[in-house]
Design a protein around this ligand. Structure first.
Ligand code: ADP
Ligand code: MN
Length: 258
């Protein structure tokens, strides 16, 4: 696909310098993305891009060294793909969320809005005390956050580990869903793919599609999230947890302010 060049396109030299500074050796990033990575660099969030650590369904996640504004040893940089992005599917989560009523309907602004939304949702999760990556900064289609893993290796997805303590992990995931709900958010894509397990603890990731409770489908999304998780623990570990009870515990905690 031919790249549309903006009138204010910066000189090639600047882009070349950025690629050098960030040690971006391959051609994997388009010009736009290099500029956005440059923003993370200028703001002291990253100092060097290492390599691709994981490919998700809509984004690629790179490992980076921190800049001087970040205390942790590594940074995860999620780069949302423009070309393969699932425009229609995303719109369901954006339309209906009052935070995004004025967005322009073109693919770049939808992807950027999605990235901004994930950043905002991760902030809410952080404030709610949920185990989830701490967000550092976003720019355009690029989001920098805490790296969940050890020695540069990302933590395994729930679906790929055999847990010693499945009951505890399930309780902890339900407790995170409850804390999020109390903070006014529903994850809306909970599954064994979007939970990483690190040091025997679950971390929720992938908050792009999470919606506020005012979204007309919020309760349906909550029910689907809980169903997916209970179903997984039943199928893999034979744990039966009452579905109605789980939903009630989450919803009532909000109503009672407990
Ligand atoms: P997608 O929307 O494309 O599914 P995800 O946010 O789920 O994107 O990220 C894709 C993959 O990247 C995840 O399955 C996980 O392996 C890895 N990943 C994402 N965020 C982090 C993080 N903060 N730390 C470590 N690995 C991560
Ligand atoms: Mn995912």
């Amino acid at each position: 696909m031919a790249q549309r060049r903006s009138k204010k396109k910066r000189p090639l030299r600047e882009e070349y310098m950025l690629r050098e500074q960030l040690k971006i050796e391959d051609e994997a990033f388009d010009d736009r993305t290099v500029m956005r990575l440059g923003d993370l660099f200028t703001h002291g969030i990253i100092s060097k891009i290492h390599f691709l650590t994981a490919r998700g369904k809509e984004a690629d996640v790179y490992l980076a060294d921190p800049g001087d504004k970040v205390e942790e040893e590594l940074v995860a940089v999620k780069v949302f793909r423009i070309e393969t992005s699932d425009f229609d599917n995303r719109m369901v989560y954006i339309i209906g969320d009052p935070r995004f009523s004025k967005i322009k309907h073109n693919i770049y602004s939808v992807v950027n809005e999605w990235c901004k939304k994930e950043y905002g949702n991760l902030k809410i999760a952080q404030q709610a005390g949920v185990n989830a990556p701490k967000p550092y900064m976003f720019s355009g289609n690029v989001l920098a956050m805490e790296f969940i893993g050890s020695n540069g290796v990302p933590a395994s997805m729930l679906k790929d580990v055999r847990l010693d303590n499945p009951g505890e992990i399930l309780a902890s995931i339900l407790s995170s869903i409850k804390k999020l709900y109390k903070a006014g958010l529903v994850h809306a894509d909970m599954s064994e793919y979007n939970v990483l397990v690190k040091d025997g603890k679950p971390f929720l990731i992938d908050f792009g599609q999470a919606v506020v409770l005012r979204h007309p489908n919020a309760i349906q999304f909550l029910e689907r999230d809980v169903h997916n998780i209970l179903n997984y623990f039943y199928k893999e570990y034979g744990i039966s947890y009452d579905y109605e009870k789980a939903i009630n515990e989450i919803v009532q905690s909000q109503e009672q302010g407990a």
